[in-house]
Ligand binder design. Structure first.
Ligand SMILES: Cc1ncc(COP(=O)(O)O)c(C=O)c1O
Length: 406
């Protein structure tokens, strides 16, 4: 063999007696077959077979199986982001003339997608109050193909009565999909409550380090799994094996991180509650938070995301107070090793109570790296805010840096 040919031929190596505990990264676009005949018959392998890198490699299959086990589903499909998991599920399941019900608390980019893309296709979108079951009952009809749920909802954190919604939807022949990103399957398993489709933004707690984007779609019905799998294949959607390997690694520490997050939040909340700038804390595991009873009934734990609603007088000082942070990141996303604090203006259209709130503010705590420092930083922030919100002329200007931040 000449050098030029040698360069493109992989030499055989002995892999006998080799094993590693982590899942190896198998990269592939082309997957070679033994013969022309076996290539011609490649589709006969079924959903578990390998035919082209886009449709899966042993690395992505390992991740799919792990998520299916955690969700107690029969099949998981991986897509490039949590947002894609939601929008592609809707695109594949809904047809022109169908009706979809979406909670008012939905992750905001999904609302934008529904208003722009679903409406353009002639799919009717109605938003419902996540806590008003009677209103939902009045909105569901013969054209409703899908009832979407997100529990707790983004920013205002209402826990939904998933078992009741499922019964209602199934009575009307509609499917139920649920975004379970806040709880992860460690704290809530929608499929065991007969939800048809559960999606996770793996970007958050699963991956856990702010460096991967991925989403999962898990189902408990074989024909629905095939329908979604083929639809995703037609759209040409796949994920990188390297990213799958990072998510697989993240899952190994997910239970430890989640437990730590709940621990940090439960220690922090009593102090936050005493701050005069804070009008309300929204956190499903807190008595008085919307849907607390449902959280107690259905969930096994609480993750680290909660929201603070600030008083009207404090709201104008959000930006200034945020700029004081050093160890908290100001940015979108959550579920990783650093805490982040994005301000979240509300986009509700049907909930009258929250429609009046001028600024809600999401605090996302997950400081498994720097528990004590994050607590100090947050307290400093709240203190500065309290002072900044005090109209008394004697108030000194807020300093730019907390004293014990690092
Ligand atoms: C509840 C929820 N669902 C879905 C998503 C979307 O995930 P991704 O950022 O991977 O698109 C997010 C992102 O913040 C989210 O908070």
């Amino acid at each position: 063999m000449n050098d030029w040919t040698q360069c493109v031929v992989t030499p055989p190596v002995n892999s006998k007696n080799f094993a590693s505990l982590g899942v190896p990264v198998y990269r592939a676009s082309t997957i070679p077959f033994d013969s022309a005949q076996s290539y011609a018959n490649r589709h006969a392998q079924g959903a578990e077979g390998y035919s082209y890198g886009l449709y899966g490699t042993p690395t992505s299959r390992a991740l799919e199986h792990k998520i299916s086990q955690l969700e107690q589903g029969i099949r998981t499909l991986l897509v490039p982001s949590g947002q894609a998991a939601i929008t592609l599920t809707m695109m594949i399941l809904l047809r022109p003339g169908d009706h979809v019900l979406i909670p008012d608390t939905v992750y905001p980019p999904v609302r934008d997608f529904a208003n722009q893309e679903l409406n353009k296709l002639g799919i009717e979108v109605t938003y419902y109050d996540p806590q008003d079951f009677d209103a939902l009952e009045g909105l569901i009809g013969s054209k409703t193909r899908l009832v979407w749920a997100e529990s707790p909802g983004s920013t205002t954190m209402e826990v939904q009565d998933i078992p009741r919604i499922v019964k209602l939807a199934h009575r009307h022949g509609a499917l139920v999909g649920c975004d379970n990103t806040w709880a992860t399957p460690l704290y809530f398993k929608p499929l065991i409550h007969d939800v048809d489709i559960v999606v996770e933004a793996l970007t958050k707690y699963f991956a856990g380090h702010s460096d991967v984007l991925m989403g999962s779609i898990t189902v408990r019905d074989q024909s629905l799994a095939e329908h979604l799998r083929k639809g995703l294949g037609r759209y040409g959607v796949g994920v990188s094996p390297d990213d799958c390997s990072l998510v697989l690694r993240g899952i190994e520490t997910m239970s430890v991180r989640l437990r730590h997050c709940s621990d940090v939040v439960s220690r922090l909340l009593p102090t936050i509650d005493r701050q005069p700038t804070v009008q309300q804390i929204l956190y499903p595991a807190l008595s008085g938070s919307p849907g607390f009873d449902l959280w107690q009934r259905d969930f096994k734990g609480a993750s680290g995301v909660f929201s603070l609603v600030f008083t009207d007088i404090a709201a104008p000082f959000v930006a200034e107070a945020l700029d004081c942070f050093k160890t908290f990141a100001i940015g979108a996303s959550w579920g990783a090793h650093e805490a982040s604090l994005p301000p979240c203006p509300l986009q509700c259209t049907v909930r009258r109570d929250f429609g009046k709130v001028p600024t809600s503010f999401c605090v996302l705590v997950l400081a498994w790296k720097q528990k004590r420092i994050s607590r100090l930083t947050l307290m400093h922030f709240l203190h500065i805010w309290t002072r900044a919100a005090d109209p008394s002329p004697a108030t000194p200007p807020p300093s730019r840096r907390p004293p014990n931040d690092q």
